[in-house]
Write a protein that binds this ligand. Structure first.
Ligand code: FAD
Ligand code: NAP
Length: 311
């Protein structure tokens, strides 16, 4: 029986592993279906993690030292996908991809989230070279330059506004002429002089060269005409999937409380509504979706697990 099973090996899961093992727990396994590191390993550069300030270093370089440190106190990694977790009496049972079962006294779920892709020509080719899904992470690379934002929801409009403080011009591209975002957010965006709304338009192609993105081909849905737009970066905000499959029971109901978007509801100690089950990082409600915050959640959840097991 494990003291703690951690599901997911991104910044939240790794930090939870560091804190649980360094805090004295002996049997802690982090189930990560791939190599540890999480989403940030897809990033070409990270410059907003305090203490790490190395120009040109990628997310992969950044996570390298995390592994060495987080495994140094006895955390074990099992490279397997967890299919499902359920509570059996006082303990938890994890079902792994090979149908094997593991028991644990406590569980930290840190399976993160995945930004949705818009499925546009050039999106994959230029991802990380002008195509981004994170304005807080990458906005600064476009300081005083022109960028576009795709989407009409709260995230797209809020991020467009955030980018308007950094970039010289922000084109907000949306496929309809009405936005889903909150009225006050729409108003704020409309009143921002350097945001230009390009509604009833889709992106046909993201264009670029060896240096990265340099333009978009848009389709005007009213006239049917194609239009060229010269920009240096495109931010895609067409929704997020939270990776919450593991906490769905056989009956498809969640084993703990989640909100209407499937994000796990936690308190400030990362406790879910199910005793002994904790959640950290992007998967939780109101997650700022930043490495520093995910790591903080991981530490908080680990300290709570230690106190839960002691009591
Ligand atoms: P994740 O990093 O998503 O890790 C979850 C892990 O769980 C994954 O490794 C996944 O393989 C694993 N997993 C999922 N399901 C299962 C399962 N069933 N069984 C086993 N394993 C599973 N943030 C910043 O602060 N600064 C940046 O510059 C920055 N840039 C970014 C650039 C990009 C391209 C992206 C996509 C994100 C960026 N972010 C950045 C956001 C940051 O990466 C995330 O907020 C952070 O990684 C969330 O950490 P997490 O541990 O909660 O989840
Ligand atoms: P969202 O509300 O689902 O909006 C996604 C947007 O992307 C929609 O405008 C949609 O267009 C567009 N879209 C989807 N697929 C597309 C595609 N393939 N190509 C082009 N456009 C596409 O997602 P979100 O903005 O991330 O918000 C998620 C939830 O979190 C929402 O309920 C939102 O209210 C909430 N949220 C709240 C706040 C806040 O309260 N401050 C902040 C952020 C998010 P259509 O409109 O035409 O469908």
């Amino acid at each position: 029986m494990l003291d703690c099973a951690i599901i997911g090996g991104g910044p939240a899961g790794l930090t939870a592993g560091l804190y649980t093992t360094r805090g004295g727990l002996k049997d802690v396994v982090m189930f990560e279906m791939g190599l540890p590191g999480g989403q940030i390993t897809q990033s070409s550069e990270i410059e907003n993690y305090p203490g790490f300030f190395q120009k040109g270093k990628s997310g992969m370089d950044f996570m390298d030292t995390w592994q060495e440190q987080c495994f140094s106190f006895g955390l074990r990694h099992e490279m397997k996908r967890v299919e499902r977790v359920s509570k059996k009496g006082r303990y938890f049972e994890l079902i792994l991809e090979d149908n094997s079962r593991v028991e644990a006294k406590s569980v930290i779920v840190a399976t993160g989230s995945t930004p949705k892709r818009a499925d546009i020509k050039g999106e994959d080719e230029f991802f990380g070279r002008g195509v981004s899904t994170c304005a807080t992470c990458d906005g600064f690379f476009y300081k005083d330059r022109e960028v576009a934002v795709l989407g009409g929801g709260d995230t797209a409009l809020e991020e467009a506004h955030y980018l308007s403080n950094i970039c010289s011009k922000v084109y907000l591209i949306h496929r309809r002429d009405e936005f889903r975002a909150a009225p006050s957010t729409i108003e704020r965006v409309k009143n921002t002089p350097n945001i230009e709304l390009l509604t009833s338009r889709t992106i046909e192609e993201i264009r670029g060269d060896s240096m990265g993105v340099n333009g978009l081909t848009l389709k005007n849905l009213n006239s049917g005409n194609l239009e060229n737009l010269d920009i240096d970066g495109i931010f895609i905000f067409v929704g997020h999937n939270v990776n919450n499959e593991v906490i769905k029971g056989e009956d498809e109901n969640f084993i703990c409380d989640v909100n209407e978007y499937g994000q796990v509801i936690v308190d400030l100690r990362m406790r879910t509504s199910l005793e002994g089950l904790f959640c950290a990082g992007d998967l939780r409600v109101d997650a700022p979706k930043q490495v520093v915050c995910a790591a903080g959640d991981g530490a908080t959840s680990a300290l709570e697990v230690i106190s839960y097991l002691q009591n």
